[in-house]
Ligand binder design. Structure first.
Ligand SMILES: Cc1ncc(COP(=O)(O)O)c(C=O)c1O
Length: 388
């Protein structure tokens, strides 16, 4: 058994990341300014999307995205319940109703088929989510929704480094929201990015993100700026500071290196997990030749009858062997705050109780990977044969 606890996640911070942040600290401009603009340009260019607006979280990008897409009182927003609760909370906050949609058991993502079951004349937005970083097949969803006048928004929190049929999130849908939270493939400690090819959407999100102001501080406080500004709508305070953007830029520059290590670890896990009875990798079905998983998470599914141990007990066994894990996700409709909402999601109900996310981060060495597999192997007894 390993001597030290292996956490579920550890950010991959190197000397260049620290230098980037301290350099920004020493320059005297901390809040939204040149670093944020640079991060937006680099991220938008990497994604192949016209506009990128840096915000203080992916949650803010979802919230402002819903508003910019015109959702509000009386509208319905279709989303997976098997996701982080941010989307459901944002829908309620703007007076809309989150409509929980089931996932395809092969992908753990929404599909046109599961969406068709819950869409009504009040559906304003479909929000897909790339579960664990596996591409959610945005193209067929966009093709289905567009002629019906329904907007498609991608919750791309887990999708940095992912390719969905050869493209980043935000290239096909109306917009996408990325996360730079500490557990994500690129981190800025906290942060998010709103991506869109639509000029008006971009402008609306920019204004809403800073009090509804028509010009930001960088434009007001630099030598070329002016003190005058107007408030053109009732906005929020969701801007990203330069300090966070400095870290984000430094991280983005080594995304390829970090992604390669995630890919290597994932391949070792896939090979190892296949040997363990009752354990399979979650959501790997139907990956196309131009799809690329981001491996933001590595979800396994526990089949209790075959494994001889249930999900909850396996988590405890792994913890006792110094392996940290997590569960993605407790379905949103299970939470007290969302219990009043109906959710007819049998696949979600059955699968979430079997899901465990194993630790997977670029700083893991081969011994860490072997320790995780060894802990799994020694915790899973396999089917206990019935005495006759
Ligand atoms: C699927 C999903 N969407 C949205 C979010 C929210 O991201 P943030 O913490 O940047 O607001 C998360 C965070 O973990 C997430 O997993």
């Amino acid at each position: 058994m390993r001597a030290e606890f292996l956490p579920y996640c550890r950010p991959y911070i190197e000397q260049d990341d620290i230098a980037a942040v301290t350099d920004t600290l020493s320059r005297g401009w901390l809040t939204t300014g040149p670093k944020v603009r640079e991060f937006e340009q680099l991220f938008g260019a990497a994604a192949g999307v016209k506009h990128a607006v840096a915000l203080n979280s992916c949650t803010a990008a979802i919230h402002l995205g819903f508003l910019a897409l015109g959702a509000g009182e009386g509208d319905e927003i279709v989303m997976p319940s098997l996701s982080f609760v941010a989307g459901a909370n944002c829908a309620v906050q703007i007076g809309a109703t989150p409509v929980f949609c089931d996932v395809d058991p092969k992908t753990l993502c929404l599909s046109v088929e599961t969406i068709e079951r819950v869409v009504t004349p009040r559906t304003k937005i479909i929000m897909t989510m790339h579960y664990a970083g596996r591409p959610a097949n945005a193209a067929p969803i966009v093709a289905w929704a567009k002629p019906r006048g329904i907007k498609v928004f991608e919750d791309a929190a887990l999708a940095i480094g992912m390719l969905d049929d050869g493209q980043w999130s935000g290239t096909r849908a109306d917009a996408a929201a990325y996360s730079f939270y500490a557990t994500k493939n690129v981190t800025s400690a906290e942060g998010g990015m709103f991506l869109t090819n639509d000029d008006e959407l971009m402008e609306r999100v920019r204004i809403l993100a800073l009090h509804g102001m028509d010009r930001d501080a960088w434009k007001r406080y630099t030598s070329a700026g002016s003190w005058r500004y107007d408030i053109v709508e009732h906005g929020y305070k969701d801007n990203m500071p330069d300090l966070a953007a400095a870290l984000g830029i430094s991280q983005l520059k080594k995304l390829d290196k970090m992604q390669r290590r995630r890919d290597e670890i994932a391949q070792k896990f896939i090979a190892g997990v296949e040997q363990i009875p009752g354990i399979s990798v979650g959501g790997l079905g139907d990956l196309g030749p131009k799809d690329r998983h981001s491996w933001c998470m590595f979800p396994i599914l526990v089949d209790e009858a075959e494994a001889g141990i249930g999900r909850d007990r396996l988590i405890e066994e792994l913890k006792a062997k110094n392996i940290g894990t997590s569960v993605h996700y407790i379905p949103s409709h299970h939470f007290t705050a969302h219990k009043r909402l109906k959710a007819d999601v049998p696949v979600t109900e059955a699968l979430w109780q079997r899901l465990i996310s194993l630790p997977l981060f670029p700083g893991m060495n081969d011994a860490d990977v072997a320790d995780v597999l060894e802990a799994l192997r020694t915790s899973v007894p396999g089917k206990v044969s019935q005495a006759v």
